[in-house]
Design a binder for this molecule. Structure first.
Ligand SMILES: Nc1ncnc2c1ncn2[C@@H]1O[C@H](COP(=O)(O)OP(=O)(O)OP(=O)(O)O)[C@@H](O)[C@H]1O
Ligand SMILES: [Mg+2]
Length: 349
């Protein structure tokens, strides 16, 4: 007798930072809908995320976003097999809105509920590329986002081992902070990469931090750029960093952006090369997280898997994809009456 092959449709919900997002994904690989409402416009004014404002915006957007994700996928609640939601790590108030909504919907519509770690979701964005290539195990995943910089070794689906991590700032955070010094708009990653296109990457020599093994450090690079800018415009190190942008020419801004971007990419590529030497059995390298949108990094790593640029940042589709492969690896649903949030928790837990 032939078994019936069913397609599993998962609704993924993501609210860990400043994007309110929901998506419907079939079998972890086919996107039926993907709705992302970004709060970038609100926070551009402040130059960064304000947690209380982010939580309030999620509250306003979450149900319209979920309803649109269902509509766009031409789904009713009957078609949805499971709900997946980000429960860690992230901003406390933001995580609360997403998980409370998912818990309520799971109870209301009697659906199994799965709690997903945000960094797993970023990695699984690489299974949503829509082409015929899927990463193969064992693999190395370089997670580069606003809050994390890690190298992960994956023996198989849902098996994550941290083999390198940052001692201080994340690389995305470094892009954001340096953009602020240079007077470039928030978020810093896209504006630095745009400015870098017009700049000379060899104009300013910036140091590579000396960190043992496969770990990273980015706070020294941020300070090095600050000192180089102060030196360039002839002010003492006590000069307020938020006023430096008034003294920089457009050419200097572009050259600093290009020099910093080149250094950051070199650091990431060097550590990845060292990781490949340490783990010669790996079959694939995948890059994940918001910084993976960076064009110069994509050019520097032609053999690595990158998510589609639209799925590099936070979205619900990657949550649904991660959930599908968790279910395939035997993970059981969570109790919707008891699901907790964890603003800071390792992917290994
Ligand atoms: N083209 C780009 N080049 C470099 N960095 C980029 C680019 N586009 C976005 N970024 C950076 O990506 C980061 C946002 O990524 P992401 O949304 O994954 O982070 P997050 O969700 O806030 O943090 P985390 O995933 O660690 O919880 C920001 O720091 C942003 O500047
Ligand atoms: Mg993220």
């Amino acid at each position: 007798m032939y078994g019936i092959i069913m397609a599993m449709k998962i609704l993924g919900i993501e609210t860990s930072c400043d994007e309110t997002a929901a998506a419907v994904v079939e079998n972890g690989t086919v996107i039926l809908s993907n709705v992302v409402v970004s709060q970038i416009d609100i926070f551009a004014e402040y130059g960064g995320v304000i947690p209380e404002v982010a939580a309030r915006s999620h509250l306003e957007a979450i149900m319209p976003v979920i309803n649109k994700a269902l509509d766009d996928a031409s789904c009713t609640w009957e078609d949805i097999d499971a709900i997946a939601v980000t429960h860690a790590p992230g901003l406390l108030g933001s995580l609360l809105i997403g998980t409370l909504t998912a818990r309520t919907l799971a109870i209301l519509h009697n659906k199994p509920l799965y709690a997903v770690h945000h960094l797993k979701s970023h990695v699984y964005a690489n299974w949503l590329r829509g082409d015929s290539f899927a990463p193969e195990f064992p693999l190395l995943a370089l997670v580069i986002s606003g809050g994390h910089t890690q190298i992960l070794y994956m023996r198989g689906h849902n098996q994550f081992e941290i083999v390198g991590t940052t001692h201080d700032d994340a690389v995305g955070e470094c892009f954001d902070k340096i953009a602020k010094i240079l007077g470039l708009p928030y978020p810093g990653g896209p504006s630095i990469s745009k400015a870098a296109l017009k700049g000379n990457p060899n104009k300013y020599r910036l140091p590579h931090p000396k960190v043992e093994g496969l770990d990273f450090s980015f706070s020294g690079l941020k300070t090095a750029v600050l000192r180089a800018v102060q030196k360039e415009v002839n002010v003492p190190i006590s000069y307020p960093s938020h006023k430096l942008k008034e003294l920089l020419s457009a050419e200097q801004v572009n050259d600093f952006a290009a020099s910093f971007q080149k250094t950051a990419i070199n650091i990431l590529c060097e550590k990845l090369a060292a990781a490949k030497e340490e783990y010669p059995d790996i079959q694939s390298v995948v890059i994940a997280g918001g910084v993976s949108a960076n064009k110069a990094l994509r050019d520097a790593l032609p053999d690595a898997f990158f998510p589609n640029v639209s799925l590099s940042g936070d979205n619900g589709a990657m949550v649904a994809a991660a959930c599908f492969f968790e279910i395939e690896s035997g993970v059981k649903p969570t109790d919707p009456y008891a699901l907790n949030i964890y603003p800071r928790v390792s992917i290994e837990n």
